[in-house]
Design a protein around this ligand. Sequence first.
Ligand code: CAA
Length: 258
Amino acid sequence: MAFDNLITEKRDGIGVITLNRPKVLNALNSALMRELGEALTAFEGDDDVAVMVITGSEKAFAAGADISEMQSKGFADVYKEDFITSEWEQILRCRKPVIAAVSGYALGGGCELAMMCDFILAADSAKFGQPEIKIGAIPGSGGTQRLTRFVGKSKAMEMCLTGRMMDADEAERSGLVSRVVPADQLLDEAMKTAGQIAGLSRMAVSMCKESVNRSYETTLSEGVLFERRVFHSVFATEDQKEGMAAFVEKRAPQWRNR
Ligand code: CAA
């Protein structure tokens, strides 16, 4: 796959997408987001890919939506094209896990993009924020909603109202990121984590992702019921038989992804 604003690579069952507009700190313009949607769709449909990783540069995962591109838009423009959400939500339609590996700035749409991924691995240099308020706007791709669910109302409100950035330690303490690693090890750690997941049953991984995601959309009792039904479904898969047999027989499982 050849793109103008991304670099894509396939390695050991992992599809890596590197945002690549270094001169503007990976500002997310419509061309980049269209390409990101295409890259995700291609990896989603590629049997050689089990897990995806989205990353940026050392200085910036992404410094937000491209301000130069959107500054002259009017209400009718953004309303008609359903700016920005419809294109970006491609990431939410992936059934394979998507990991965000964040180094440097993840601001505005960059923070929102990272939060749409299944989990965020952060370099110790990472900085997260929703600074849209400083340019007379508000977050437009779920920032007020997802950040609040991740870190709670008080911190999310303060960050959205002031544009204050959160460093990697605070992001880990607050539950925004799963883990912080030294910046020079970020991609290796992301690949290692993605590799662990890629070595598991794809059926089980996909069902597990669906179940965790359901917790954001429903009540506890409905979510637990959903989980139990998915758990029951697992017993219809060959991989459940193989995984449990391999444990009992003290051997490595041979996944069939069925
Ligand atoms: N859009 C367009 N260009 C951007 C950009 C953005 N979001 N962020 C940075 N750039 C460009 C700068 O204009 C600059 O370009 P030039 O070299 O041509 O001047 C280049 O990237 C480097 O940036 P800086 O010189 O500003 O770098 P810095 O190290 O001094 O500061 C920064 C880094 C703090 C991230 C600063 O660039 C900044 O504040 N960027 C804007 C952050 C922002 O407001 N993001 C929210 C955007 S709105 C949004 O995302 C809406 C939504 O919810 C979807």
